[in-house]
Design a protein around this ligand. Sequence first.
Ligand code: SAM
Length: 300
Amino acid sequence: MLRRASGAPRRSGAGHGAPASDGDGGSGRLRAEGASASLVAGLAEAGGAKPPGVKIDIVTIFPAMVQASLSEGVVGRAAGRGVLDIRVHDLRDHTTDRHRVVDDVPFGGGPGMVLKPEPLFRAVESIRATRGTPRAVILMTPDGRRFSHAEAERLSALEHIVVLCGRYEGVDDRVRQSLATDEISIGDYVLSGGELPALVIVDAIARLVPGVVGDEASVARDTFARGMLDFPQFTRPAEFSGMAVPPVLLSGHHAEIEKWRRREALRRTLDRRPDLLSDAQLDEADRRLLHDLLEQRAKE
Ligand code: SAM
């Protein structure tokens, strides 16, 4: 069941109402109708006593786009259980003019528009006032620091973060100078807005928050978590189109399966991302496997 977090102010204004449940029985789904909707759900059946999980506030001019994605899957379910407390804020709610203008032409001329500083500063101030002071205010920007697993780990340990989504030609530089604590890029390409990058980092961060992914062992084993790539996965049928699953996986011999997986993870890392191996968490057995793989390669 989806509820408004206690203490959150009810917004008024054109079409912006309280967060709404779609009656999905606690999956944390949202109807994308609120400008500043809460994905906190799972707050206390009676009396709101359940402690909030990691808080994430996202500021955007397209709240419905962000909400739609966050209400599904692993993140949506974690919000439904109250492990994550995510809110999406419409930047236009933090304008003061009748037309709710968030952008303006660049000083000095040139094409495109720039997001004005005032609504962004006001949005963060309002989050501070209603949700507490965040530990990080992250600006999504293609010229920021490249996002990585290490960065996701760092951010997942903070109990409250704010993510700002740019649009148009970007944001007024004063946002970088004195509002953002971090500037993050998801890669060397330019998207039309910060919403998809925000969703990428929120998903990666959320997976690392304890209680978000059902089986935490699977997160610990994921590609990059140990500094190496994941091993190949197979499921039924055991034979498909003439391609058979490696027999060891059908053997039921757990120690052999584990050894095979470690060797294949190492092989894959060696083939695709040898640069990772210098920082990988390798034990003595791994080092032996790696040594064997390298010897085998030398002979080929
Ligand atoms: N003129 C800007 C530049 O060249 O750096 C590009 C602005 S882009 C069209 C609009 C917004 O999309 C940015 O402010 C940022 O929030 C977001 N964005 C685009 N590509 C991104 C990326 N690779 N990583 C993070 N954010 C990105």
